[in-house]
Ligand binder design. Structure first.
Ligand code: ADP
Length: 501
């Protein structure tokens, strides 16, 4: 029997209705190159409507349009204007090489690109620079009165994987997936965002739509703070204190830099109470340091193909908090063996995490394969109650003498040593064992490889044969465009370091 409920499409237009009707006096703050813009949702909505007119006048209505931009109000206006006009906003990673930018823009057949001031690339497509004269042009437009009706399954935002595992692959999020995922983030057991929050999104808006946090924040009327072009730890701390940020989100590497700055400068973090960390496992030591300043951590796991946050852990116990957490609403998980058979959730059996849900990729852009369950390439164990622990990425596990070593576990163990700031572990070829672990370590204060090894042994956390054969001190560790340890580059670097006398 059919339901009696009216047809109502779950679209960004529905979020925009709230922005215009319910939260007119709420505020958005954006760091721009020479200033900080503070404006109300009402002014923001008017700018969105003017941008829709601008798109129309340039023949871009309903088209695919690319942005190569940081977290700014100009970018946020495009987040709404492009999908509201029926088009798809393709958020391009600012750290891609111009060749890669051209490749993905061509793949998506973007009709134009909106590019931040600092990006040095000239692409084979019409380009608008996001700067002060752009602001003036938008301001001079008439606000669009009519916005088209949209179907919820229509594409709204697209994004390519950052290519740490090969050639970038495209995914397109729909109005519906953005709506449902953002709604899930608001739930009390997930991020619990509310209109009382001041939210700072440090997750790049060019990657997985900033984990949908901009959409979720505006859905609920929170004050949203956008940290702008290439924010430094000092900029972030200034914004946190001056804007009264209560909740912020970003990759652990961002918070390592922030905490190093805060401790060095004897700063504090104002009203900040919660930091959502994901994209990589947050080191326990980092979470401890934040807790001393009264800041709790939520740990989230997700990927481009799951539209970012898909599991969340909010435990008060730091030993439990290193687990990736529970599936959020509208999302299911399963643990599989290589033949695709389901494995038990016993907290011990390792398998590949497979996922499905209302915001999971069903196929790649131009891809043939259709997924009913998407295999993530992450190796995990799942507790009987559904708490996920990611052991490692399949390709980063180190196979030594036929046994697996988790690079992530070793990295976190090394980083828990107080004399160490950062560490990365990769496997290198070994005649006898197949592979052996080697660590690159950024020290925080003077130490020796022997001291690090002694520390690892003292933990009694894993067998001695896990301990890296070489510990090499370096000044910094190569990161991907999204701030993760770039193991592809690290492997090359380690190879070179081991070859040099
Ligand atoms: P890319 O695959 O291009 O690096 P993604 O941002 O999509 O970009 O990366 C997703 C991957 O990041 C996941 O498959 C997982 O391996 C890793 N990851 C994400 N969040 C966490 C987390 N909280 N803990 C451990 N690994 C994580």
């Amino acid at each position: 029997m059919d339901s009696t409920i009216m047809d109502y499409e779950l679209t960004i237009k529905s979020i925009f209705w709230r922005i215009e009707k319910l939260y007119r006096d709420r505020v958005i703050v954006s760091r721009l190159s020479n200033s900080r813009r503070t404006y109300t949702y009402e002014d923001f909505a008017r700018r969105v409507r003017k941008t829709v007119t601008f798109l129309k006048q340039n023949g871009l209505e309903g088209k695919n349009v690319a942005s190569i931009a940081w977290n700014t109000s100009r970018h946020l206006e495009l987040y709404f204007a492009v999908p509201l006009s029926g088009g798809v906003l393709h958020t391009v990673n600012v750290r891609f090489h111009p060749r890669e930018m051209d490749y993905v823009v061509e793949e998506m057949q973007d009709s134009a690109v909106f590019m931040d001031e600092d990006i040095e690339a000239s692409l084979n497509v019409k380009t608008f620079r996001l700067n002060e004269s752009y602001d003036e042009i938008i301001d001079s437009q008439e606000p669009a009165q009519e916005l088209p009706d949209l179907e919820e399954k229509r594409g709204a935002v697209s994004c390519f994987t950052s290519g740490t595992t090969g050639k970038p692959k495209g995914v397109i999020y729909s109005h519906r997936s953005i709506f449902i995922h953002s709604l899930s983030l608001l739930a009390g057991d997930v991020l619990g965002l509310s209109s009382n929050d001041v939210v700072m999104d440090v997750v790049p808006m060019f990657h997985i739509s900033g984990w949908d946090i901009p959409f979720a924040s505006l859905m609920t009327g929170a004050k949203l703070v956008l940290p702008g072009i290439r924010p430094k730890p000092r900029d972030l701390v200034e914004l946190i204190k001056e804007e009264g940020v209560t909740l912020a989100a970003g990759a652990p590497t961002v918070w390592i830099d922030v905490m190093n700055y805060v401790e060095k400068e004897r700063e504090d973090l104002g009203k900040l109470r919660t930091v959502v960390m994901g994209g990589a496992e947050p080191p326990k030591g980092l979470m401890e340091r934040m807790r001393k300043l009264g800041v709790r951590t939520y740990h989230a796991w997700g990927m481009t193909e799951t539209e970012a946050i898909a599991t969340v852990n909010r435990s008060d116990d730091l030993n439990v908090l290193t687990k990736q957490g529970y599936p959020i609403f509208g999302f299911e998980i399963s643990l599989l063996d290589p033949a695709g058979r389901e494995l038990p959730w016993d907290g011990k059996t390792m398998g590949e995490l497979a996922v499905r849900g209302a915001f999971v990729t069903g196929r790649y852009f131009k891809g043939e394969a259709k997924f009913t369950w998407f295999r993530t390439g992450d190796i995990a164990v799942v507790d009987p109650d559904g708490n996920v622990k990611v052991v490692d990425r399949q390709k980063d596990l180190i196979k030594s003498g036929g046994e697996w070593i988790s690079s992530v576990q070793l990295e976190n163990a090394i980083m828990s040593f107080h004399k160490v700031s950062e560490a990365v572990v990769v496997g290198v070829h070994d005649e006898r064992w197949g592979e052996r672990p080697v660590a690159l370590v950024v020290p925080k204060e003077p130490t020796t490889p022997q001291e690090v090894v002694e520390y690892l042994k003292s933990l009694n956390a894993f067998p001695n044969w896990w301990i890296p054969d070489r510990i090499i001190f370096v000044d910094s560790i190569p990161k991907t465009s999204t701030g993760k340890l770039d193991k592809k580059v690290v492997r090359e670097e380690v190879k070179k370091l081991l070859q040099s006398p």
